[in-house]
Design a binder for this molecule. Structure first.
Ligand SMILES: Cc1cc2nc3c(=O)[nH]c(=O)nc-3n(C[C@H](O)[C@H](O)[C@H](O)COP(=O)(O)OP(=O)(O)OC[C@H]3O[C@@H](n4cnc5c(N)ncnc54)[C@H](O)[C@@H]3O)c2cc1C
Ligand code: HEM
Length: 401
């Protein structure tokens, strides 16, 4: 890019800051109108609730802000790359997105979009697309060289469907070709794709793997999303109601960079809200399956509405005899603490001794406000950012690191 082109891109920062979501909403509407086949690729739930428009707007803005040194965005590009590769996004898709993004800049900015500005954004987009597609190719290569690995979609049989709580059910997924499945790093997710008759579309969703690596199957644990003000969640309800043992679903290979540092012997603190415990279950199972040879202290902190919706309660109770494991369960039940739970929302200040162990690694997963609250608590209590890892169950909305 020329210096002049970089300056032109930087000049769009104020408008991106103020109207970024307007631009990306226009972009998605335009793209789905001209390329309706891409509706099978995108999560239409995240379009309705605007989370994807917001995530893309934040990234385009961050790119414009760092146009002098896009290398600082590598961690973000890595996270997006994991999501893209779990959805089988390929290099050939980039020109389609580029065409609609540049056309949207022109249509949204109107007279303010000079030819020079559009040319600057075209070059900027191509530079970013090259960076992303190259990184994604590396991720695909890593997926395929692993034993039992693959890229794209593969058929899996639901061999077992087990109810874990009133609203969370586990699905044990075995490849229908009878082959092995690649190992993964605990914390990673996969995408599951189903056909939705009500939309006449294929629809993918990500689910964290809740089992530890075992070479044969992946277990996912899905919360049935009941809409209150909004419609019921489409895929989670379909999985709960229509997908039975013996049915086939399409699955992409494990992806994601929210992962357990398996080589570290630092204490581990797992903090989850609701179904956010799934990737942490996989991490916990992995630590336990090694017999926790290093004797790493583990604190398991989990909050949910009540015992009725508390998944994996029995599994945690089975592990209660392990000296290395301490657990703190919070139920949103007002009143007195029970024998084995605290009453109210997760409050780390109540259990500081088991949370603030020196040199600990923290893994947080739950709704965005849950993550923010506990992240801030840890920072205020002297924990360094590099020891705090978190995952959102949707397009990234937090900018904490
Ligand atoms: C990395 C990752 C890991 C995940 N791991 C898990 C996991 O282990 N277990 C799990 O259960 N989930 C997990 N999820 C979430 C999962 O991918 C799905 O988002 C979830 O199952 C809901 O999908 P759905 O199709 O049922 O809901 P959707 O139909 O996609 O709807 C999503 C939400 O939007 C609401 N909505 C619908 N219409 C509107 C509207 N007009 N305005 C506003 N809101 C609206 C719905 O009520 C619903 O709450 C994970 C997500 C990610 C990104
Ligand atoms: C420079 C170009 C691109 C940028 C900056 C970009 C950015 C993003 C971002 C920020 C996310 C959200 C990631 C997360 O937080 O989980 C995302 C997800 C996604 N992207 Fe891209 N992307 C680009 C190109 C593409 C292309 C070419 C395709 C293919 C058509 C694509 C398809 C998707 C899909 C399907 C998702 C998941 C959407 C969802 O879950 O709702 N992207 N992208």
């Amino acid at each position: 890019m020329t210096e002049n082109q970089k300056e032109l891109v930087k000049k769009t920062i104020p408008v991106l800051r103020e109207h970024g979501v307007l631009l990306t909403s226009h972009f998605y509407n335009r793209m789905f109108e001209h390329n309706p086949e891409l509706k099978h690729v995108f999560n239409m739930g995240n379009q309705k609730n605007k989370k994807q428009q917001t995530a893309l707007a934040m990234t385009v803005l961050a790119y414009a802000e760092h146009i002098e040194d896009p290398g600082v965005l590598l961690p973000v590009i890595d996270s997006i790359g994991h999501k893209h590769t779990s959805l089988d996004i390929r290099r050939d898709h980039y020109p389609i997105v580029g065409k609609h993004l540049i056309a949207s800049i022109k249509e949204v900015l109107g007279d303010d979009a000079s030819d020079e500005l559009l040319e600057a954004w075209t070059v900027a987009y191509q530079q970013l697309a090259e960076l992303m597609a190259g990184h994604e190719q590396d991720i695909y290569d890593q997926k395929t060289i692993r034993k039992g690995g693959w890229a794209g979609w593969r058929s899996f049989v639901v061999q077992r469907k087990i109810k874990e709580s009133e609203e969370i059910t586990s699905f044990y997924l075995y490849p229908s070709d009878g082959g092995a499945v690649s190992d993964f790093i605990p914390g990673q997710y996969l995408s599951v794709r189903l056909f939705l008759p009500e939309l006449n579309l294929l629809q993918p969703r990500q689910y964290s793997i809740s089992s530890s690596p075992n070479g044969m199957y992946y277990r996912i644990s899905v919360k049935r999303e009941a809409g209150s003000q909004h419609p019921d969640g489409m895929i989670s309800n379909r999985l709960h109601q229509f997908i039975q043992e013996g049915d086939i679903v399409e699955v992409s290979a494990p992806a994601g960079n929210f992962v357990l540092d398996v080589n570290s012997d630092h204490p581990k603190v797992f903090i989850s809200g609701g179904v956010g415990q799934t990737p942490l279950m996989s991490m916990l199972e992995k630590l336990i399956s090694n017999d926790n040879a290093a004797g790493v202290p583990i604190t398991w902190i989990h909050g949910c509405r009540s015992e009725a919706v508390h998944a994996f309660k029995d599994r945690l109770e089975e592990l209660a005899n392990l000296d290395c494991l301490k657990k703190h369960i919070f139920y949103d039940i007002p009143g007195k603490d029970g024998a084995d739970f605290h009453s109210g929302w997760v409050d780390l200040s109540m259990i500081k001794e088991d949370v603030l162990m020196p040199e600990s690694d923290f893994y947080i997963c739950g709704p965005a406000p849950f993550i923010s609250k506990h992240y801030q608590f840890l920072l205020q209590n002297g924990v360094s950012k590099k020891h705090i890892h978190f995952e959102e169950f949707g397009p990234a909305s937090l900018q904490l690191n």
